[in-house]
Design a protein around this ligand. Structure first.
Ligand code: GDP
Ligand code: MG
Length: 166
């Protein structure tokens, strides 16, 4: 089994951290500074029965400049070429304008979308239910998967879900 999977989400939700956790090496540039990931940095997950090429998108934002507009369009075109999309959100922050902007774009794609609720190591179970409720109506998700990209909690289940769907 093999396929392409794109990671999408606001800056600092943990896309690069998740990519690093999955690939097991420092392939993406991690930073607290927003928008450090300028390119579609790819990492390849390989196991006995699967190969998944991950694409860390530069982020989809409301474009303020011509460059921003170009980056947004290239990130969007990447979405049409993948087999699945991981929409990564931050469990410690409420759904905001940045998420709504992404959701509007994701409504136009036909690939399965996984809602990945990240940073669950930082929230209580009640909070996780609350954040789930904030997102679950917005799109028709293939699956909602809470994880901690930092400590790896539930990341293997996420990979299993993806592999089963390829
Ligand atoms: P990106 O902009 O979406 O690529 O986000 P990064 O992967 O660069 O992560 C932004 C910050 O969040 C970094 O300081 C990470 O260490 C932190 N972070 C990412 N995932 C987790 C997580 O699961 N738990 C916690 N506590 N912090 C995380
Ligand atoms: Mg990044």
């Amino acid at each position: 089994k093999s396929g392409f999977v794109a990671l999408i989400g606001r800056p600092n939700v943990g896309k690069s951290t998740l990519l690093n956790q999955v690939i097991g090496q420092k392939v993406a540039i991690m930073s607290n500074v927003a928008q450090t990931t300028r390119n579609k940095i790819q990492g390849i997950y390989t196991s006995n029965d699967a190969q998944i090429v991950f694409i860390d998108t530069p982020g989809i934002h409301k474009p303020q400049t011509k460059l921003g507009d170009f980056m947004e369009r290239s990130a969007l075109s990447a979405l049409d070429e993948v087999d699945a999309i991981l929409f990564v959100v931050n469990a410690t922050e409420n759904k905001g304008a940045g998420d709504n902007f992404i959701i509007e774009r994701l409504k136009k794609v036909h690939q399965p979308i996984y809602l990945v609720i990240n940073k669950i190591d930082q929230v209580k179970p009640e909070r996780l239910l609350d954040i789930k409720a904030q997102y679950e109506q917005s799109l028709d998700y293939q699956k909602i998967v809470p994880i901690s990209a930092l400590n790896g909690n539930n990341v293997d289940q996420l990979i299993e879900e993806l592999v089963n769907h390829l």
